[in-house]
Design a protein around this ligand. Structure first.
Ligand code: ADP
Ligand code: ADP
Ligand code: MG
Length: 472
């Protein structure tokens, strides 16, 4: 039985994993770099180890982290999301060193992390995919030929991409020619791999994803879907479970499809199958995330299932405690990613000291945060500093609960996306429950004074924050 877990992550997700450990009577070990010595996950875990002076590199050093897991007597490791969570090497090293990796096998991580491989596997399993490449593009000429065949607009995508980066829409051949080298270079920089591919751009799609869980005894279930259509630059801002845009028949269909997808690759542990739903109500497989997701909280709120605890039990070799028909969903849950960014200034990152923090409470309100009053948000990481999840029985009620909880929440000292979410919740289109991934772009009035900051200003803001942080 797992007795001690190394949490190979930081921020709110590390705190989330520590909380699951506590409820299961499992000891937890945190890791941190110098920049994170005052971080909340360090305070919450049973033990914490410094993994280096560089703010980021320590979290990316799989060998060191697994060494530390072994040395500190951990029998398992949870990778969280981001960082090494989708790096098959980490899972491999864990296996070699006798540390249980809380996630799927290295083979499945590798296969699904490569979007071309994933598309191939899904086609084989009879899952509809967006028309596009069946291998990595070798040249811009090949891209042009394929784009002409499938028709514009097309999406150029990094084969190993994630986090919404390395994706560009091309509406014409001229745009394709202009973007090709850009996406290749973005892919090389962000993911260390230059491979890109092309697929048809689905017009005004809804992003619908399904949470799946499989155990090592061949049982696979889904925990219903999440609607993540509210995005900015292909990154999710607000997520909703279940989707207010699906019929019961669609819900059943997509759940089954996701289970089929997971089973076809022998998926074990928690994962997410992402689909696009087009205007003609056709679902297309987009990608599979082989890890815990940021927005897993909304699924927990509607099903009552603690996904992180399930992940740990599955890694321990235990069978699922329920069948598909035992899993019910109740009401609606909505998550707001509270980012330290200024929505009135083109979402410019806003790091620094949180002079006052108050977590909202009351019925149906859950906060997963990585901050406290006095905490200094370091400038080296993602700008998400908290997640607010609300639950209520009906669609209108969950919106009202969201408004109340966002109003209740206090974050002073840094700018956040809270006021922006308040505007979205007032918007009639959002309230009608009918929206697609174009919503944010279609409503610039919700950030009325927003001007896009020039890249130099973004760079200067981050450098100034880093200088200030180093001077502390
Ligand atoms: P989710 O669907 O869980 O929201 P995201 O794609 O938004 O997942 O990513 C979650 C986190 O992981 C973000 O901090 C994002 O920047 C990071 N991330 C995701 N994929 C990658 C990747 N391939 N390389 C580096 N960071 C990634
Ligand atoms: P990531 O790995 O970065 O999460 P995804 O492939 O999941 O990348 O795409 C992220 C987002 O980009 C989607 O949620 C969607 O909004 C948009 N997107 C991706 N592919 C397409 C497509 N073919 N057509 C339309 N939108 C797309
Ligand atoms: Mg995705």
């Amino acid at each position: 039985m797992i007795k001690k877990i190394l949490v190979a992550n930081r921020g709110e997700i590390a705190v989330r994993i520590v909380r699951a450990c506590k409820e299961l009577g499992i000891k937890s070990v945190a890791i941190y770099t110098d920049a994170d010595r005052h971080a909340l996950h360090v305070k919450k875990a049973d033990q914490a180890f410094n993994i280096g002076s560089d703010p980021v590199l320590g979290y990316l050093n799989a060998h060191n982290i697994v060494n530390l897991a072994v040395a500190s007597g951990c029998d398992a490791l949870h990778p969280g999301y981001g960082f090494l969570s989708e790096n098959p090497l980490l899972a491999e090293i864990c296996a070699r060193r006798g540390v249980k990796f809380i996630g799927p096998s290295p083979e499945v991580i590798r296969q699904m992390g490569d979007k071309i491989e994933a598309r191939r596997a899904m086609i084989k399993a009879g899952i509809p995919v967006v028309p596009g490449s069946d291998h990595n593009l070798e040249s811009v000429e090949e891209a042009r030929e394929l784009a002409n065949r499938i028709g514009y607009p097309v999406m150029l995508k990094a084969t190993n991409g994630g986090g919404g980066r390395g994706i560009r829409r091309c509406d014409s051949e001229a745009e394709l020619l202009k973007n090709y080298e850009r996406v290749v270079s973005e892919a090389s920089k962000a993911f260390g791999k230059p491979e890109v591919f092309l697929e048809k751009c689905v017009i005004t799609p809804k992003h619908i994803e399904v949470q799946v869980i499989g155990d090592s005894h061949g049982n696979t279930v889904h925990l219903y879907e999440r609607d993540c259509s509210i995005q900015r630059r292909n990154q999710k801002l607000i997520e909703i479970a279940p989707s207010p845009q699906l019929t019961e028949a669609q819900r059943e269909y997509i759940g089954k499809l996701a289970v089929r997808a997971a089973k076809s690759v022998g998926y074990v542990n928690a994962g997410t199958v992402e689909f696009l739903l087009d205007a003609d109500n056709q679902f297309y497989f987009m990608e599979m995330n082989t890890r815990l997701q940021v927005e897993h909280t909304i699924t927990e709120q509607i099903t009552g299932i603690d996904i992180v605890q399930e992940q740990i039990r599955i890694a321990d070799g235990l069978p699922l405690q329920y069948k598909q028909e035992d899993i019910r969903h109740r009401g609606f849950a909505m998550e707001f990613r509270i980012n330290a960014e200024d929505p009135k200034n083109g979402f410019l990152p806003s790091f620094g000291r949180v002079t006052r923090y108050y977590a909202p409470g009351g019925p149906g309100v859950r906060t997963d945060a990585a901050m406290y009053t006095g905490y200094v948000i370091p400038p080296y990481f993602d700008s998400m500093c908290a997640k607010l999840t609300v639950w209520n029985l009906g669609w209108e009620n969950v919106i009202e609960r969201g408004r109340r909880a966002l109003d209740d929440m206090v974050v002073y000292g840094v700018k956040t996306t809270i006021p922006y979410y308040q505007e979205i919740l007032k918007n009639p289109e959002f309230r009608s429950g009918r929206f697609n991934t174009g919503f944010v772009e279609a409503h610039p009035e919700l950030t009325e004074y927003s001007v896009k900051p020039p890249p130099e200003l973004v760079a200067a803001t981050i450098s100034a924050a880093i200088a200030a942080h180093l001077g502390m």
